[in-house]
Structures are given as C-alpha cells and as structure tokens.
Design a protein around this ligand. Structure first.
Ligand SMILES: [Zn+2]
Length: 134
C-alpha cells in the first residue's frame, strides 16, 4: 500500500488533458465584429469579411481622453497651467484672475475638464480652453 497513493495521484494527473483547447483570445474584427478572427503571421485576418489588420496596434485611445489647453497643447494630470482670462467663480464674488498659476491639475470628465485647487479660492473646476500650459 506504500506506493498506492503516489500511483493514484499519477493516474489522476493523467486524466487532465495535456492541452487545453486553444481559446480564441484574439480581438474581434474591427470591421464586422466577428469573433472568428485568426492570426496569419503578424496579421490578423477576419474570415467573414476578409478584413486584415496588424495585431498589436491598439485601437486609438478610447479610454484616454485628450484634453488640450487654449494653444492646443496636451494637458496631463499634475501639470501646471496659467489662467488666460478672468474667470468668475460661480456663486461667489471671487474671480480667478488672468495669469493665475494653477498647480497640479487633474483631468476629469465633463464640461469643466480640469479639477484643481487655487490658492485663496479652494477646489475649482476649470475649462481647459481657458488655460495655457505653464
Ligand atoms: Zn470582419
């Protein structure tokens, strides 16, 4: 009985298929959304519509929002920007003066796409069109 257990284990392990049926982890066809795409060298091919495209080229940034300042420069989290026009703070008599430096901005979704904190005013939301990258 000494060898019983190991042999049992070995038998068990033989029941496990050595190869899993290959899962299709390829991206769906960008043309017709077919899931039956296959690889042909560096290319991906769709058998349904015949579309061919190269693998590894990610679809243009879908989850990454592009927010630009008044000059068309790309803004990023942590950037310092300068306000380019006087901005009234809603619900108060405060004004963010033109030329005010705003450090460490955070890009957010929405109409006002910059979340920040301005000295003397506090947490604010700005529109990227009213700032310039410092
Ligand atoms: Zn297709």
């Amino acid at each position: 009985m000494r060898n019983g257990l190991p042999r049992h284990c070995r038998l068990q392990s033989q029941l496990v298929p050595s190869k899993q049926p290959s899962m299709n982890t390829l991206p769906a066809c960008p043309q017709c959304a077919s899931a039956y795409t296959y690889e042909d060298g560096a290319q991906l091919v769709c058998p349904e519509c015949g579309h061919e495209w190269s693998a590894g080229s990610p679809v243009a940034g879908d989850d990454e929002r592009v927010i630009k300042d008044a000059n068309g420069n790309l803004l990023q989290d942590g950037d310092t920007v300068t306000v380019i026009k006087d901005l009234k703070v809603k619900g108060s008599s405060l004004v963010v003066k033109v030329g005010t430096k705003v450090k460490n901005i955070r890009l957010v979704d929405g109409d006002h796409d910059i979340d920040c904190r301005i000295d003397g005013i506090g947490a604010m939301k700005l529109k990227s069109e009213f700032v310039r990258k410092a």
